[in-house]
Ligand binder design. Sequence first.
Ligand code: ZN
Ligand code: ZN
Length: 277
Amino acid sequence: MTMTITHLGTGSRGNSTLLETPKARVLIDQGFSGAQLQKRLARLNLTPEDIDCVFISHHHGDHGGGARVMQTRWNTPVLANERTALELDLLPPLTTHFAALDLIRVGDDLSVLPVPVPHAGSDNVAFVASHNGERAAIITDLGSWTDELVTHVRGCEHISIEANYDEKKLLGGPYPYSLKDRISGRGGHLSNDQTGQFLAEVCTDATRTIVLTHLSQKNNRPHLAESTVLYHIADVFTGDMKISEQDGPDFSHYIGQPTPPENEKPLPKSASLHDLR
Ligand SMILES: [Zn+2]
Ligand SMILES: [Zn+2]
């Protein structure tokens, strides 16, 4: 009885994460074109028709831009809060609205809890998915965090969270000051340091796997994200940490029993997935 977590790709050019249990198969966010989604699912021997439903965190294009095409092309049900559904012009017959902290059941063995997070100009949520008593959190696009988020994420077996920028790279980089302020503000994105601080608050002995997501291509580097976050959590986390980049899927994590060695399985490398949008 396992839940598999596979990032199809994360970053400012599109985000989507596949959660699979024995009885449910859902996407968290769909920020890819239809063709791009098909290519990425094909690497897992899946098609969009295999997806039961899609949860959208917020309306920004890299998270919700591909939600409507799933409705029009494949009749996929989409779940989002009211503001996000409105902004994305989702089709009412295939759209279910959720409110913050509504526990949503999919199939017989998956529950998904939306938890509000601050992200300017949107009504963004993180998702905590539960299967058989174990939990995976998918958290992205937040400038800061709340006690409520800490409460719901603490002790999750798996945590995927953005590590968007390296502070020195952002401040010394080419972006105009107004954009630097927006990214680093309370409603922007988490820096590597902030992500490390958040993880230090929520990791427990139960936390076995972490994936860092949504790295800025201009203002971050994988080795900076990983080393900065590890600096903050070295005392509380001894599990496996990976980085999801823009062109996935590259790997899957499992929670529940039985688990393969290290809770992680590499995916076969196949055709390049570059620039199919
Ligand atoms: Zn966003
Ligand atoms: Zn984003």
